[in-house]
Design a protein around this ligand. Structure first.
Ligand SMILES: Nc1ncnc2c1ncn2[C@@H]1O[C@H](COP(=O)(O)OP(=O)(O)OP(=O)(O)O)[C@@H](O)[C@H]1O
Ligand SMILES: [Mg+2]
Length: 256
């Protein structure tokens, strides 16, 4: 198995505030890596550094290297190419509500200059199939996306992310606004998608991390405390901070 991404000594700042303090981790192709850790520890910042979205915020800075198939995304690949190859799905489905389901899926392709009706239609169907949404929307492709349920909207965002043919999918708490059934549906989908993509998933849901991921990274205060195969992290955590977090004891160690 080869490494798709290799993160090396990654540091990130918002102004003077250093949020990531030197993270190194290799990520294998066609795996799901869960990134867990307390709120504010830097999970979203970390994955946003993997597709050069962090630098979009004014006053931010990044140091270190992120090798994508052996090429450093911060030196020699332009940000537009990086973001096409490394797609992102957010916590809240960020659709264009006035646009149709079809237009939402192909928005990225359209922006990239692809205008052939037939090509757009084929790609839309294919991506909606991959996102497990096709059967539910095939008869209403030209209705506005605002009429979909939140679980369907999140699958629509996944279809849209897939439309530009990325290699890596970053998912930042994609199920936190969904009910358990819709969440399980997304988890099943992630398992199917990993045959073709490398997935990095931020989640606060420990059961979800344990169910769906191959590897788990525990981040605390901008540092990578533990990074192992998921069963190792959940069954035999090496660091007491990881153990406290996954067992729900959190960082609160005050005596009763
Ligand atoms: N746009 C911003 N400007 C300034 N500081 C920020 C910004 N975004 C995040 N931060 C700070 O960076 C730190 C890490 O934030 P980040 O969003 O990466 O954490 P997180 O682990 O994703 O948290 P959560 O689990 O709550 O989503 C926090 O201290 C946060 O306040
Ligand atoms: Mg976050």
């Amino acid at each position: 198995m080869s490494y798709k991404l290799r993160v090396e000594a990654l540091q990130a700042w918002y102004g003077q505030h250093q949020v990531l303090k030197g993270i190194s981790m290799p990520i294998r192709a066609n795996t799901i890596t869960a990134v867990i850790g307390p709120s504010g520890c830097g999970k979203s910042t970390f994955i946003r550094c993997l597709n050069r979205m962090h630098e979009v915020v004014p006053g931010t800075r990044v140091a270190g290297r992120v090798w994508l198939d052996g090429r450093n995304i911060y030196n020699g690949i332009n940000a537009v190419e990086v973001r096409r190859r490394v797609g992102m799905v957010f916590q809240t489905p960020n659709i264009f509500p006035a646009m149709s389901i079809f237009q939402n899926v192909v928005a990225g392709l359209y922006l990239n200059g692809i205008r052939g009706r037939r090509q757009l239609q084929e790609r839309a169907e294919n991506c909606l199939q991959q996102a497990g949404l096709w059967e539910e929307v095939r008869d209403r492709l030209h209705d506005t996306a605002a009429g979909l349920s939140s679980g369907q909207l999140q699958r629509l965002c996944i279809a849209r992310a897939l439309a530009v043919e990325p290699e890596i999918l970053l998912m930042d708490e994609p199920c936190s606004a969904l009910d358990p059934i819709a969440s399980i549906r997304i988890e099943e989908l992630m398992r199917e998608l990993k045959a073709s993509y490398t997935i990095i998933l931020v989640t606060h849901n420990m059961q979800q991390a344990a169910r769906v991921s191959d590897y788990t990274a525990y981040l605390c205060d901008g540092e990578l405390v533990e990074y192992e195969s998921t069963p190792e992290v959940f069954i035999r955590p090496k660091d007491s901070r990881t153990e406290n977090y996954i067992t729900g004891r959190g960082a609160d160690t005050r005596p009763l």
